[in-house]
Design a protein around this ligand. Structure first.
Ligand SMILES: [Zn+2]
Length: 304
């Protein structure tokens, strides 16, 4: 068995800067993988610093696990059929999905759309209902197969590095994907090549500064609560509105617009009204993405 090792990340993934300040500490607890993947579980108890680039405001880990395919292995959960079906039926992200479909409708007419990270296919279903010919790209074979069965859509199994498209897309969506993938500009550039000229990209990610403020507040209100934005590196990339705009420009997009994104509304949660209020306020005011209430960012960008 290998020892859990790390490889230092020396330069900012967005601007190439090398001046950082630490903003968070990510702890690893992967003991649940002890039987399935002992080399992955060996990272339990280790820590890595999350640091902010002083030049562009983007934040990323100071080092990444050296274990090959670390993230694929961590996301290789053996999900039950019931759970996948419930994810397809659950409406907790519907406000986000509807907001993105209306944002795209303001920019272009429905054509062929690719949803990268299609999960159980709920967005594919809603996009089809809005007039798009929707296809998915999904790494997890189980959710990919389910999404295809449930929607009748084409769902390619793989990621942006393995996918070889046979057509160009009029729109591509990256919903809750970019925060999980190291070197996010590689992913953005890749999907840019999948777009037809003039095609639109819609990106939804957490808003790094607002998420940190929320965690700090939680820790103050609840004694013993550990403030974290990146344990197990579930989030590797921490975008602000400025660094997301910059990243999209570097990846070759124009007409970049970043606004506050709609919230998830979990069915049993009693905080839906708070989330909705925070979203509506941060969407309504100028520069609302800089408010600590704008917990998520919604970006649109066009290919030349
Ligand atoms: Zn930077």
């Amino acid at each position: 068995m290998t020892v859990a090792e790390f490889i230092a990340v020396d330069a900012c993934w967005i601007c190439g800067g090398t001046s950082f300040e630490p903003i968070d500490d990510a702890a690893f607890d992967l003991t649940e993988y002890q039987r399935q993947d002992p080399d992955l579980a060996a990272y339990s108890g280790r820590h890595v610093s999350i640091q902010r680039c002083t030049a562009c405001d983007f934040a990323q880990p100071a080092a990444l696990p050296a274990l090959p395919r670390f993230f694929d292995r961590m996301y290789d959960q053996r999900w039950s059929d019931d759970w996948v079906a419930r994810e397809h039926d659950a409406g907790y992200k519907d406000l986000i999905f509807a907001d993105i479909l209306s944002g795209l409708a303001r920019r272009t007419r429905p054509g062929v759309l690719l949803d990268v990270g299609a999960h159980a296919g709920r967005f594919l279903r809603l996009a089809s209902g809005a007039g798009w010919e929707a296809e998915g790209l999904e790494l997890n074979p189980k959710t990919a197969a389910f999404a295809a069965r449930a929607t009748g859509a084409i769902v390619h199994q793989g990621n942006v590095h393995t996918f070889r498209p046979t057509r160009r897309y009029d729109a591509i969506t990256l919903i809750d994907v970019l925060e999980h993938v190291p070197q996010p500009i590689d992913v953005m550039s890749r999907v840019r090549d999948y777009l037809a000229p003039g095609g639109w990209l819609a990106v939804k990610v957490p808003n790094g500064p607002a998420q940190r403020a929320k965690e700090r507040l939680r820790a103050r209100l609840r004694p013993g609560y550990r403030a974290t934005i990146a344990d197990n590196l579930v989030h590797v990339n921490h975008f602000s509105a400025a660094s997301l705009t910059r990243a999209l420009n570097v990846a070759g997009f124009r007409d970049v617009r970043v606004v506050a994104a709609a919230p998830e509304l979990p069915h049993q949660s009693g905080t839906g009204w708070l989330r909705l209020g925070a979203f509506r306020l941060s969407r309504a005011v100028p520069r609302g993405t800089s408010l600590p209430l704008a917990f998520n960012l919604q970006a649109y960008a066009q290919r030349d």
